[in-house]
Design a protein around this ligand. Structure first.
Ligand SMILES: Nc1ncnc2c1ncn2[C@@H]1O[C@H](COP(=O)(O)OP(=O)(O)OP(=O)(O)O)[C@@H](O)[C@H]1O
Ligand SMILES: [Mg+2]
Length: 141
């Protein structure tokens, strides 16, 4: 197993629109400050923002993690349920169960999961009523 250089973890609170995006902003800042390539930072910023917003608007809350390895970054978004009934459907472009409140904030296009996959080198999602786990790798070389 490859050595973990550094790990950051951020709590994400359900329905907290006021601080929505703060975990992904912190992840972006961290990577910039250690001099990660701007193109890589941009990809991580997109996937972590979409994952964070999904935890806020669709789940009971959870955590976001950034793990730094020599040759890759791993982003984990793990929440506490209620889970995704049909992952294939959820992954399709335009599918959304976002509430009217979330739509008023501009969310609900049904593009978050497809975009996360698009900008990931490895994208893994598992879900049950206990929660959804998304694990993403983005390579640095
Ligand atoms: N963490 C989650 N927990 C439960 N359901 C989720 C979670 N993430 C996504 N979903 C389900 O998958 C659907 C599609 O997610 P996706 O991120 O693609 O779109 P969206 O969040 O609805 O809209 P957008 O991301 O474009 O603002 C959601 O509408 C929701 O039904
Ligand atoms: Mg989304």
């Amino acid at each position: 197993m490859e050595e973990l250089i550094k790990r950051y973890e951020y709590e994400v609170v359900a329905n907290d629109f006021d601080i929505a995006g703060s975990a992904s902003s912190a992840i972006k800042r961290n990577l910039k400050s250690i001099g990660v390539d701007p193109g890589i930072v941009r990809k991580v910023a997109i996937v972590s923002y979409e994952a964070e917003i999904n935890i806020i608007i669709h789940s009971k809350g959870g955590v976001m993690c950034l793990e730094i390895y020599r040759d890759r970054l791993t982003i984990r978004a793990h929440d506490n349920g209620p889970g995704i009934m049909n992952i294939e459907l959820a992954m399709s472009e335009g599918f959304s169960t976002a509430t009217n409140e979330a739509r008023e904030f501009g969310f609900g296009a049904g593009m978050g999961l497809p975009n996360m996959k698009k900008y990931s080198d490895n994208f893994n999602i598992t879900s049950s009523s206990d929660g959804t786990k998304i694990d993403i790798d983005i390579y640095m070389d």
